[in-house]
Ligand binder design. Structure first.
Ligand SMILES: *Cc1c(COP(=O)(O)O)cnc(C)c1O
Length: 361
């Protein structure tokens, strides 16, 4: 089978150019005589690769000098725990915004460590919107405020950044990081698993304001302490070297293609193409409030769920894979991260129209 259009939510499609470059460099990276996978993480070749990746990420996101960038492991799920462990700083309460499956997991993890105040929740409407800031019931002296910028499963995305004043804002950006420009200075901590919009699974990126490092009470085990990883430049233990290398190639690909502003433009166009079509039909349905629809993950159901299998089969025959929706939502989900070209979304919409026409009576 040729490479088609892969709509997986994660691990997700990577830019073909990046995969080709990695393939070319697989056996012998830049005359080093070995694959990046086979290099010492403390050797000068890999140190260079990691330093370049960090520099490129800093440039792309405009990360201020007082923020540290960490390349960790354990996925976003480990961050659900490291965040309370490190950022509570002796305070009893953290505020969380409940917007869906990922927010719920973060909340559940935090409850082990502190009182969680769910300051706003979209559960009343089956997680189909982002609660307006005016309705957030924030705690005055919360340790931090946590929200998920893009709910990968529900397809709900924040198109605005909350202003939590002096209380550090913490954000799970696993599925929309690098999809648009972001003002990092508004955040205390940003984290993202790599496998949605950055690179292979196994790498987790944490961007943390330096005044929040080393304040954990009590002092955590070394591996769970951001300070350990800050002090060791993410090399306290062996980092996910190949993941960092591929992420670095992706950063360079984004730079060559106009940076985050250009990514955003392209992502808006792709999402509009799909949502505009969804607006015109009642054969398919997306339940999310129009203003909060994700540019990255577009869940939709068919009018008749009995047609789901046939829809997926037909899509696969046209080279469009991994469209099956999350088990908790059903239906379909088209994940259209940076690496998804416009042609892929166009092919999907064309197919959806054709399928609807064939099955309408
Ligand atoms: C995928 C995802 C996670 C979980 O990531 P893991 O790397 O599997 O721990 C958390 N949050 C969001 C928003 C995600 O999309």
């Amino acid at each position: 089978m040729a490479r088609g259009f892969n709509f997986s939510a994660g691990p997700a499609a990577l830019p073909e150019e990046v995969l080709k470059q990695a393939a070319e460099e697989m056996l012998d990276w830049h005359g080093s005589g070995s694959s990046v996978m086979e290099m010492s993480h403390r050797g000068k070749e890999f140190m260079g690769i990691a330093a370049q990746a960090e520099a490129d990420l800093r440039e792309l996101m405009g990360i201020p000098a007082n923020y540290k960038v960490l390349f960790l492991q354990g996925g976003a799920s480990l961050q659900f725990e490291m965040i309370p462990i490190n950022l509570l700083r002796g305070k009893p309460v953290a505020d969380y915004i409940n917007t869906g499956e990922w927010a719920k997991k973060a909340i559940k993890a935090a409850k082990t460590f502190c009182n969680v105040n769910v300051a706003a929740s979209a559960e009343d409407k089956s997680f189909t919107y982002a609660p307006a800031f005016a309705d957030w019931k924030l705690t005055k002296d919360a340790a931090y405020v946590h929200y998920c910028a893009n709910e990968t499963i529900g397809g709900v995305e924040f198109n605005w950044v909350p202003d939590t004043g002096d209380v550090p804002l913490v954000c799970d950006m696993s599925s929309n990081i690098l999809s648009r420009p972001v003002d990092v200075s508004k955040y205390g901590l940003i984290y993202a698993g790599a496998q949605k919009n950055i690179g292979p699974a196994g790498l987790t990126i944490v961007i943390i304001r330096d005044d929040l490092v080393g304040k954990a009470q009590p002092t955590p085990p070394a591996m769970l302490d951001y300070k350990t990883h800050v002090d060791a430049d993410s090399m306290y233990n062996t980092p996910p070297t190949y993941g960092i290398y591929i992420a670095g190639l992706v950063f360079q690909w984004i730079k060559r293609n106009g940076g985050l502003a250009a990514m955003e433009q392209k992502n808006i166009e792709k999402a509009n193409l799909l949502y505009d079509y969804l607006e015109t039909t009642d054969f398919y349905r997306n339940p999310v409030a129009a203003s909060d629809r994700s540019r990255m993950n577009v869940p939709f159901t068919l009018k008749d769920a009995a047609l789901d299998e046939e829809f997926l089969k037909g899509a696969k025959a046209r080279g469009m894979t991994q469209l099956k929706g999350h088990r908790s939502v059903g239906g379909m989900r088209a994940s259209i991260y940076n690496a998804m070209p416009m042609a892929g979304v166009q092919a999907l919409v064309d197919y959806m129209k054709e399928f609807a026409a064939q099955h309408s009576n």
